[in-house]
Write a new protein. Structure first.
Length: 182
């Protein structure tokens, strides 16, 4: 990983437990899935990038995992190829869900995060501590001010076995993830 990319990731994670965060990003292994899906559909990186409204070089960095793909680009990619976020993040072998919501809804996502947190008897501070972010970040997500970042989404879903598609409001059926997906 280049110094530039380490610097970018350091900014993303506010330098707290940086080495642990790098491990999380590498563990996601979404880059291979992005490439697998794109090539199976015979799309070029340029075509995907254009559809996402980004530069080809940016998309290439997502596939190589030199840059962390933002949740909104991940959501749009999944809509473009009709594939589940859970599949891309390696949580399930199910490639697509029925009845998806095509637009990201920060408010719905925030409500679901809050419901999930309360069902698990977690305060904002406790959840923040478990995923190594500030309580303010959890509060902002729950208020619908921001979409849950990809790294935080991955960490929450992996730790608590909840669907990323559900948490982001992409599907309405609450799905509990299987533990033995590779």
């Amino acid at each position: 990983m280049s110094i530039k990319n380490v610097s970018i990731l350091a900014n993303i994670f506010n330098n707290s437990n940086f080495n642990e965060k790098i491990v999380v990003v590498k563990a996601m292994n979404y880059g291979d899935k992005l490439k697998e899906i794109r090539t199976a559909e015979l799309w070029s990186q340029s075509q995907v990038a254009e559809s996402l409204g980004i530069k080809r070089s940016t998309y290439k960095e997502y596939e190589l995992q030199y840059s962390l793909i933002p949740s909104n680009h991940l959501y749009d990619f999944c809509n473009l190829f009709n594939v589940s976020i859970d599949y891309i993040l390696g949580f399930t072998n199910i490639k697509e869900y029925k009845k998806i919501n095509n637009k990201i809804d920060k408010v719905k996502s925030g409500q679901r995060l809050k419901e999930f947190r309360k069902e698990n008897k977690l305060t904002q501070a406790k959840l923040a501590d478990k995923i190594d972010v500030s309580r303010t970040i959890i509060s902002e997500y729950e208020k619908g001010k921001y979409v849950i970042s990809t790294a935080n989404l991955y960490t929450i879903c992996k730790k608590y076995k909840i669907s990323a598609d559900y948490l982001l409001g992409r599907i309405d059926d609450k799905i509990i993830l299987n533990e033995d997906v590779k």
